[in-house]
Design a protein around this ligand. Sequence first.
Ligand SMILES: CC(C)(COP(=O)(O)OP(=O)(O)OC[C@H]1O[C@@H](n2cnc3c(N)ncnc32)[C@H](O)[C@@H]1OP(=O)(O)O)[C@@H](O)C(=O)NCCC(=O)NCCS
Length: 153
Amino acid sequence: MSEIVIERLSGLADLEGLLDIERASFNNPTSREWYERELGRPDVCFIYVLRLPARPVAGFCTFWRVADQIHINNLAVHPEHRRGGLGRHLLARVLEEAERMGAPNATLEVRRSNEAAQRLYDTAGFRVTATRTGYYTQPIEDALILWRTPRIP
Ligand SMILES: CC(C)(COP(=O)(O)OP(=O)(O)OC[C@H]1O[C@@H](n2cnc3c(N)ncnc32)[C@H](O)[C@@H]1OP(=O)(O)O)[C@@H](O)C(=O)NCCC(=O)NCCS
């Protein structure tokens, strides 16, 4: 893991690499316009990229910060680099950064059929709190709503 760099994206330079992962990972990828717009409000939207020596953008995670919470919009790892612990590493780093910002509570939605992501989130301490029927399109599917709240000592 020593060659991994995780850092916040602040400009358009790495957008193409990120969009490649979007397109390889989702049936309805988030658009370039969304990213261009969100990069314009850095107080709310945070985009982290995971870099490897062989691939400048091997994974990414985007979230909105709202008061003491973050809403994770997206997390993905390039298909050629999955199952190597990168997703777990990136998520842990994002949660750490959010806590540092004073936002220790995290929420996200995940497709009911997405077992890989659900396992990842489960081991990171997320729990299912509700469902949104028919939330996703292409194909239509329910969303599970997950929350992670800090442990009370
Ligand atoms: C979900 C995703 C980010 C995981 O990234 P990754 O780098 O492959 O994950 P890791 O190697 O860190 O795995 C962490 C844990 O997640 C779970 N996991 C990951 N991929 C899995 C798979 N294909 N099947 C079952 N469990 C899986 C496992 O519990 C794993 O722990 P383990 O390796 O000790 O068994 C990746 O599969 C991905 O980009 N998927 C497409 C995009 C997506 O669905 N994002 C989530 C949107 S909510």
